[in-house]
Design a protein around this ligand. Structure first.
Ligand code: ASP
Length: 318
């Protein structure tokens, strides 16, 4: 059995590519890397890689991570600028015995030495979004952070290897140097081939408070189905945050176990994800959280899919 699950509709082309590779017998490390690169390279996905939304100073600082569930090796970069595929740098770092997580200038130096592709990741379109948001924030006291999303994936190959990877430009208008959950092991991602993997998207500052990806893998290790594990972890963190802090940020999680069973949970409206397992082609689902805390999902309609692309590619009205 092989399979792949990922956060948001934007992962679909990547998941499709990754699954082709898995079907041909390639390993979960290469498949997840190729899948995330596909999302990083597409300029109209404005929260990952090229075309990602900039920080307060109009610079695109990217976070990414990779984890190998066989060896538990981890690699991550945070606040890296001017490199095309942060996930590949993260994967490369996972092969080092130490210095696995690098930030900013140090990460860029490493990438340069290793010959990774340099690229100015700030597009004209992202600059237009930035100007527009600056204006809106000044006029209407809008929260500058809206408009983020991370691609997070869990991948299982035929040999039973589980990997997880993430890539994001983080929160729109974040402070320079701000690091979210996505490159933090246990929060944005976790993979253990003996159990399965999980990955997160949402408000990094809150996702980190629950080490939530690790928590889901831990619950799966105790025998919970990925769906149950995701719901339990998300609902509990949501509840704790509301109780202790008065509110909870966005929390959306995906998981897959070593049998290829999968699950998702969210505390928001409008979460989507892409999933495929051997014998079932990649599909996008929309998640609905019921009153009782359980999540239901339905396949995205053709209209929804068409509309999604149209909005992504529409001109930015400043
Ligand atoms: N979790 C990401 C961060 O806080 C953003 C997101 O997934 O929307 O950087």
């Amino acid at each position: 059995m092989w399979g792949m699950i990922a956060t948001w509709r934007m992962a679909l082309e990547g998941v499709t590519k990754g699954c082709e590779m898995l079907g041909q017998g390639q390993n979960a490390g290469d498949a997840v890397e190729a899948a995330i690169r596909e999302v990083e390279d597409f300029p109209y996905y404005k929260s990952v890689g090229y075309g990602g939304l900039p920080n307060e100073e109009m610079e695109v600082e990217l976070d990414a991570a990779y984890m190998d569930g066989d060896t538990l090796s981890i690699g991550a970069v945070a606040a890296i600028k001017d490199y095309a595929n942060p996930v590949s740098i993260a994967k490369r770092l996972s092969q080092e015995s130490v210095n696995n997580v690098l930030v900013g200038e140090g990460a860029e130096k490493f990438a340069h030495k290793e010959g990774f592709e340099r690229k100015n990741m700030l597009t004209d379109r992202a600059k237009a979004f930035y100007r527009k948001r600056k204006k809106e924030v000044a006029q209407q006291e809008l929260k500058p952070y809206a408009g983020h999303d991370t691609v997070g994936m869990v991948c299982l190959d035929r040999d039973g290897k589980v990997t997880a990877a993430t890539s994001t430009s983080g929160l729109f208008m974040k402070k320079k140097g701000r690091v979210g959950d996505s490159p933090i092991a246990g929060s944005g991602f976790y993979a253990d081939s003996k159990v399965g993997g999980a990955s997160a998207t949402g408000l990094g500052e809150d996702l980190m408070k629950g080490c939530i990806s690790y928590e889901i893998v831990r619950l799966m290790k105790e025998g919970l189905h990925p769906q149950e594990a995701c719901e339990r972890a998300v609902n509990l963190l949501d509840q704790e945050l509301k109780e202790r802090r008065g509110k909870a940020g966005d929390l959306s999680l995906i998981a897959m176990n070593k049998e290829g069973q999968w699950g998702v949970a969210t505390n928001i409206e409008g979460f989507s994800f892409a999933v495929a397992v051997e014998g079932q082609p990649p599909r996008v689902y929309l998640v609905k959280r019921n009153e009782d805390g359980h999540c239901a999902f339905e396949e995205a309609s053709k209209e929804w899919m068409d509309d999604y692309m149209k909005t992504r590619m529409a001109p930015v009205k400043e």
